[in-house]
Write a protein that binds this ligand. Structure first.
Ligand code: FUB
Length: 319
């Protein structure tokens, strides 16, 4: 009897010792609102997450998006929401549709490139807003759109001028990439609010739909994008932002519960992250009520990317 009692005590002790650490907050990372089209900016030890805000009341199956949202975190798990730093109404020339966007830092200022529906020039357009603080408030930097539908001819649709992504190369040259069904790019002047040369089209991106995200890592540039519809995320690599781009295949599979998947990619505190949206939050989630999720991204030794594993658990707190 005494031996049995001792064994039970030992087993209980072992179970206590092996008790799992508390689970991370998990995916989706924002549960208080529907969030879509993530973009992220690392500023020292803080990550700023910028998202669109899906506001379509169920059962409406269309985009209802009037503002962008901003969250910050020092560990990629615990997120603090800031007051909405930018709304469509902050662009006096815009009509609606706070679609995908990205913020970049330059010379102590923060520039937010955002797609909206233009008020007077038919079609989508891209505006630029500027702030002194990554959490805003942001204000229209030009008083007019930077890109309008009549400036691009690569696709004969009114919504090809969406989904801006922005990057500054090693020499300090800034580039804007964007587009639906055609992927466009152009240089930006150092003031970040004017184009610095012609609009060009990226070639060599098979079955390109939308959502380009351009990032640099260990000497390579990566152009990831949404392919087909419903969308998967695929990617291409190049040594130069002017190409040529080498297509590398699937990075993230179909979300399954959302037609779109819109990704952002960052490095933070020694790890790489794939930030995307799906339609997995609660019973009303879906293509028009999306939610931002975060999983790890891994590189192969030759610079290619391992396929992302979307998880419910998400990532562990970054140290
Ligand atoms: O959120 C509206 C549109 O859905 C975005 O511009 C696309 O990338 C897709 O996510």
């Amino acid at each position: 009897m005494r031996i049995l009692f001792t064994c039970l005590l030992l087993a209980a002790g072992a179970a206590r010792a092996q008790a799992p650490t508390p689970p991370p907050a998990g995916n989706p990372v924002i549960k208080s609102k529907y969030t879509a089209d993530p973009a992220a900016l690392v500023q020292g030890g803080t990550v700023y997450l910028y998202t669109g805000h899906d506001e379509a009341p169920p059962p409406q199956e269309r985009y209802v998006m009037h503002e962008w949202l901003c969250f910050s975190s020092t560990d990629m798990v615990h997120w603090t929401e800031h007051p909405s730093p930018l709304k469509v109404s902050d662009f006096a020339w815009a009509k609606d549709d706070a679609w995908a966007s990205q913020v970049i830092a330059r010379n102590g200022k923060f520039y937010w490139y955002a797609a909206v529906e233009h008020g007077t020039i038919p079609g989508k357009a891209i505006g630029v807003a500027v702030a002194d603080n990554p959490a805003g408030p942001f204000k229209d930097a030009r008083g007019a759109a930077l890109i309008t539908n009549d400036m691009t001819k690569g696709a004969s649709i009114s919504w090809d001028d969406i989904d801006p992504t922005v990057i500054i190369d090693k020499s300090g040259q800034a580039y804007l990439f964007w587009g639906n069904t055609a992927c466009y790019y152009a240089k930006l002047k150092p003031n970040m609010t004017e184009l610095d040369g012609p609009i060009q089209q990226v070639t060599g991106l098979p079955r390109y739909t939308e959502a380009p995200w351009v990032h640099a890592h260990a000497g390579w540039y990566y152009l990831s994008y949404a392919t087909e519809f419903p969308e998967k995320i695929v990617y291409a690599m190049s040594r130069s932002l002017n190409g040529p781009w080498q297509y590398k295949g699937i990075l993230n599979e179909l979300a399954g519960n959302s037609n779109t998947n819109h990704q952002a990619i960052i490095d933070f505190k020694g790890k790489s992250y794939f930030i995307y949206h799906n339609g997995g939050m609660d019973t009303h989630g879906g293509s028009f009520r999306r939610s931002v999720c975060i999983d790890y991204l891994y590189y192969n030794p030759d610079g290619t990317l391992k396929r992302v594993q979307m998880t419910t658990e998400g990532v562990q707190p970054a140290q």
